[in-house]
Write a protein that binds this ligand. Structure first.
Ligand code: CUA
Length: 343
């Protein structure tokens, strides 16, 4: 007499299905735009769209294969299950026609993936047109420098681009390997010391997109973020004009005091401000006050955050190379007021 397992309680199956339903409903497709800004499934550039198409092609095919294989498995489990008194089934070993056909079928499926993948790899590695906007991206521990050599602009942690214009990013790192990634536009592409990598794309939708270093690069790797603003037609030129203009003289007394303090302290050794200093180790601070975030996207540019940052950078951002210069009270407030005045 054979002993049989007791059938599982039905409520366990229902519970499992409900759990799956709840977990699956956590992924909403509508709303990717705003509640999941690091998503790659709603691409906003030609580069993003090309790579996304390959991702979807592979996803649909593998979903089909999954359903076929799991379906066959479940069917066989049910169809050939043990029954009381059933004889031992016929024992078989191998089936050449079947094995040859699924080997060929999978080789064909791989070819379906490989051909468009290679095409996109070559397409995204093409030399940019001479009309492309050249942006030099420098990945540093732990912030981003963006230089527009044709426009004579250097900025940090905030990248501005015109919609519909091809951009050629030239990526380089003076310290360790980083990776340049704007999930909604494209990347990731490694930023490697002693070589210049290239990434070419054309953003097609105005908006603000977060960027992130995607290669572990040390203590504050997670704090190596940046903000990308894709401007509608005409607006980019305004930004360029504002950035090319020299920073305005501070008008209020506290900010003026901050300017004097800045010019007399060690700040000038690392930071550049037109007409004041020419340091290159830290972010260029021309028009610092026009940037929404600072310290590589860590904090909003407010007087309060800035004062805290000046007083103890390493506390705000672990491993930050900016030293604590012992600025306190009125001094840090004055410096913050000066930096905020640099619109
Ligand atoms: Cu730079 Cu991670």
């Amino acid at each position: 007499m054979t002993t049989r397992l007791p059938s599982r309680p039905r409520f366990a199956t229902v519970l499992l299905l409900l759990t799956v339903l709840v977990l699956a409903s956590a992924c909403s497709w509508v709303g990717w735009d705003w509640d999941t800004p690091m998503s790659t499934v709603m691409p906003k550039s030609d580069f993003g769209k090309m790579t996304h198409e390959i991702f979807m092609l592979i996803s649909w095919w593998t979903l089909g294969i999954f359903i076929l294989v799991e379906g066959a498995l479940l069917y066989c489990c049910w169809r050939f299950r043990d029954r009381p008194g059933a004889p031992i089934p016929k024992q078989i070993h191998g089936n050449t026609p079947l094995e040859v056909s699924w080997t060929i079928a999978f080789a064909v499926i791989l070819l379906i993936f490989v051909i468009p993948t290679i095409r996109v790899i070559f397409k995204t590695q093409e030399a940019p047109a001479s009309t492309a906007l050249r942006v030099e991206v420098v990945g540093r521990q732990w912030w981003w420098e963006f230089r527009y050599p044709g426009l004579r602009i250097t900025t940090a942690n905030e990248l501005h681009l015109p919609v519909g214009q091809t951009v050629a990013f030239h990526l380089n790192a003076p310290d360790v390997i980083h990776s340049f990634w704007i999930p909604q536009l494209g990347g990731k592409r490694d930023v490697v010391p002693h070589r210049v990598n290239q990434l070419v794309m054309t953003p097609d939708t105005p908006g603000e997109y977060p960027g992130q270093c995607a290669e572990y690069c040390g203590m504050s790797h997670a704090n190596m973020r940046f903000r990308v603003v894709v401007h509608p037609k005409g607006e980019f030129e305004q930004w360029v004009k504002a950035q090319q203009a020299p920073p305005v003289e501070p008008t209020d007394a506290l900010a003026q005091q901050g300017k004097t303090l800045f010019a007399q302290s060690a700040c000038v050794g690392c930071h550049a401000i037109s007409g004041v200093s020419a340091g290159v180790l830290g972010p260029n601070l021309n028009h610092f006050g026009s940037r929404k975030m600072f310290a590589a996207g860590l904090m909003a540019t407010t007087a309060e955050n800035l004062t805290k940052w000046i007083e103890n950078p390493a506390h705000m951002k672990p491993g930050a190379l900016m030293p604590n210069l012992g600025m306190k009270g009125e001094q840090s407030k004055a410096l913050a007021a000066y930096l905020l005045s640099l619109k």
